[in-house]
Write a protein that binds this ligand. Structure first.
Ligand code: DGJ
Length: 389
């Protein structure tokens, strides 16, 4: 009898407390005020969960230019809704000789924690001040605390003088040797042939631009980081004039590249990579390359980080799917058994007013991820608020 009464009491407590759970609303595209009531300024960003606290790192955007005038901002939160401004995690420099001098382009910072060294490691896409997007470098910085300050270590192209995994073997070597680097380069060859022909695609596939950049290192623009279940970390970035993604293994301390890397989807023209692992399958969502304007997302899956990667349909469904509801992917956050797709709605004329598009990732009956736009959804239920009521 006592047991039955206890069970009834427990049920009453549970029902009452369930009824009292405050919704935790995510509202894509709206102003997202921080603890000071100021719109979160962390664009092209990523999240890190450390000791029960979420840290959101992203580009500080000012009102008039997309160049980096401040650096990388950091916010902290326990519930993913209420964010405390932790200040500038990585500051741009006032030293004109620094790679990260104020006015450079510093984009898509991501931070991972290294269990072995106890350090927080940030990688980002860096363009040198005044050089447009030609430098195409990866930058790295390190900190003892998640909120920084991060110390800039260096920037550069990636894996100079190293052949990628997908271009090894006699046959690949013969095709590589036959590639003519000037063939499609209008700056170096007045008779240059057109891009986007089947022959050009074949040459890109065989490593034309990888060969061009072989000695100096591969171009590295839009990027993300991924720490796998075994603790190995990977730097995934748009390379070869944004035509080909590279997946490159990081060293044990996460501060450099090991030289092991593969090219993914050559001539696929992918930017904005974001990745997650579910039930043994790696899923990657990317965008096409249309500057700050939104385009249709792409999606790939693989049984291993090293592929083979298979392309799927656009994961977005419904109205606005062809432009990712106005956003461009930046990160995918595992959250319990769920995953949150995070994207930026850019405002290039007023960069600091760029908005955030966070949506729950849903899965169809075959386990394939998809997205549907929701005006407002609840982090407690992963459902649109209308459905959650
Ligand atoms: C698209 C990229 O995804 C952004 O990070 C930024 O580099 C813009 N292009 C610049 O046009």
């Amino acid at each position: 009898m006592r047991n039955i009464i206890s069970l009834c009491l427990l049920a009453v407590v549970l029902l009452t407390s369930c009824g009292n759970v405050e919704p935790r609303i995510i509202a894509p595209g709206e102003i997202w005020p921080d603890n000071n009531g100021v719109h979160v300024n962390a664009h092209g960003g990523g999240l890190l969960l450390h000791n029960g606290i979420y840290y959101w790192y992203g580009e500080n955007k000012c009102d008039t230019t997309s160049s980096a005038m401040v650096g990388v901002d950091c916010y902290s939160s326990k519930d993913l809704v209420n964010w405390t401004n932790e200040g500038v995690a990585l500051a741009v420099s006032d030293d004109a000789e620094s790679d990260i001098v104020r006015g450079c382009v510093l984009e898509r910072p991501k931070v991972i924690y290294n269990e072995k060294t106890g350090k927080f490691v940030m990688w980002f896409h860096l363009e040198l001040k005044g050089k447009g997007y030609s430098a195409a470098r990866a930058g790295v910085a390190v900190a003892d605390s998640p909120t920084g300050p991060f110390r800039f270590l260096r920037s550069g192209r990636v894996n100079p003088g190293v052949m990628p995994l997908d271009l090894q073997g006699e046959e690949a070597k013969a095709k590589w040797d036959a590639l003519d680097i000037d063939k499609y380069d209008k700056n170096r060859n007045p008779q240059a042939e057109e891009w986007w022909t089947p022959e050009w695609r074949e040459d890109i596939n065989n490593g034309l631009l990888c060969k061009r950049d072989f000695d100096g290192g591969q171009m590295a623009r839009d990027m993300t980081l991924y720490v796998d279940v075994d603790g190995k970390a990977y730097h995934i970035y748009s390379s070869e004039e944004n035509l080909t993604l590279n997946i490159a293994e990081l060293s044990d301390d996460y501060l450099s590249h090991t030289g092991k890397y593969m090219r993914m989807c050559p001539a696929g023209h992918n930017e904005a990579p974001a990745i997650f692992l579910k039930d043994g399958t790696y899923w990657m969502i990317t965008s096409g390359c249309t500057g700050w304007a939104p385009n249709a997302a792409r999606m790939f899956s693989a049984p291993s980080i090293w592929g083979p990667w298979t392309q799927h349909e656009n994961p977005c469904r419904g109205e606005g799917a062809e432009i990712t509801y106005g956003g461009q992917s930046t990160y995918i956050l595992p959250y319990g058994d769920n995953f949150i797709f995070m994207a930026d709605i850019w405002r290039p004329k007023h960069p600091s007013d760029a908005r955030y598009l966070w949506l729950p990732i849903q899965f169809d009956e075959n386990g394939v991820p998809f997205l549907e736009y929701m005006d407002k959804w609840d982090l407690n239920t992963f459902k649109a608020v209308e459905e959650a009521k």
